[in-house]
Ligand binder design. Structure first.
Ligand code: 48F
Length: 257
């Protein structure tokens, strides 16, 4: 078969355009593609929701690839291990309720499982703002991450969604934008409370408890929950991230429309 560079270019642009246009008006947009996002996306897409993830970096997976201090292993606890087993991640029982997994295998399988369930994942795109109508979040505003990196003055474009999940990790970037532009969040002080120092046991429990709707139609998942609600970080134990992703999917699936 002859190979033509211009055909290759056309096919890439056509395919991207088709998929991007299909993603402009969806049920759920998730900002960030870490472990909480990928779990939420898998559950939501499996339930038939149209889900789009925008990830700033080239590689989705967030903080999971690096395990603990780049030792490529993660720990999960008994009550969350089914969320990795469901997608075929091999676990080692370390005793006492602790299980370990290869962080690279876990990250790769979580990404594949979310996409296989039907979620669409766009990498190298940053969520830089939200749309708000009648005091409700109605979508996100996005731009190429490269535009940001290069400091180019280029206007972003918009994507409508019924719900937005802030799964941007420690930075809780979407919530910070909403706080700046729309005011009060549903937190004890109405503001972002700020993440607290490492305390794995409390942090893990609080991440799940703090998985809530923080502004009409805006949910938090993963580490962003503790950053917004004011609870400890927990380091390279990932059960709370996975359970938070599952919980946010359940909260959205329970909504009427
Ligand atoms: O931080 P991250 O892995 O999110 P998570 O699901 O998991 C946290 C754990 O990895 C770890 C931890 C566990 O004990 O504390 O930190 O809460 O992934 C967040 C992803 O969001 C991307 C970022 O590049 C990363 O891949 N991201 C951040 N801001 C934006 C974004 C943004 N504005 N737009 C798009 N992506």
């Amino acid at each position: 078969m002859p190979i033509d560079e211009v055909i290759i270019t056309r096919k890439i642009v056509e395919r991207f355009s088709k998929e991007f246009i299909e993603s402009l008006d969806v049920d759920v947009v998730i900002a960030g593609a870490g472990p909480s996002s990928l779990t939420a996306a898998r559950y939501l897409a499996k339930a038939g929701k149209r889900v789009v993830i925008f990830e700033r970096r080239l590689s989705p997976g967030g903080g999971m690839w690096g395990g603990g201090m780049t030792f490529p292993a993660i720990v999960v606890q008994e009550e969350s291990k089914h969320l990795l087993e469901e997608i075929g991640v091999k676990l080692t029982n370390e005793g006492g309720g602790y299980y370990t997994a290869d962080s690279v295998e876990a990250s790769a399988k979580m990404i594949a499982a979310a996409i296989d369930a039907g979620a669409r994942l766009f990498n190298a795109i940053t969520v830089e703002d939200v749309m708000i109508r009648d005091s409700k979040v109605t979508g996100v505003v996005i731009n190429w991450s490269a535009v940001d990196v290069a400091g180019l003055h280029v206007d972003p474009v918009s994507v409508r969604s019924k719900y937005v999940i802030d799964a941007t990790g420690h930075a809780a970037e979407v919530c910070r934008i909403v706080q700046t532009k729309a005011g009060k969040l549903k937190t004890p002080s109405g503001r972002i409370e700020g993440e607290k120092s490492m305390w794995a046991e409390v942090g893990e429990k609080m991440t799940v408890k703090n998985t809530v709707e923080v502004f009409p139609n805006l949910y938090v998942a993963g580490m962003a929950c503790n950053a917004v609600m004011g609870a400890p970080r927990m380091g390279p134990i990932f059960g709370g991230m996975l359970l938070s992703g599952k919980k946010v999917a359940e909260l959205i699936l329970r909504r009427k429309k």
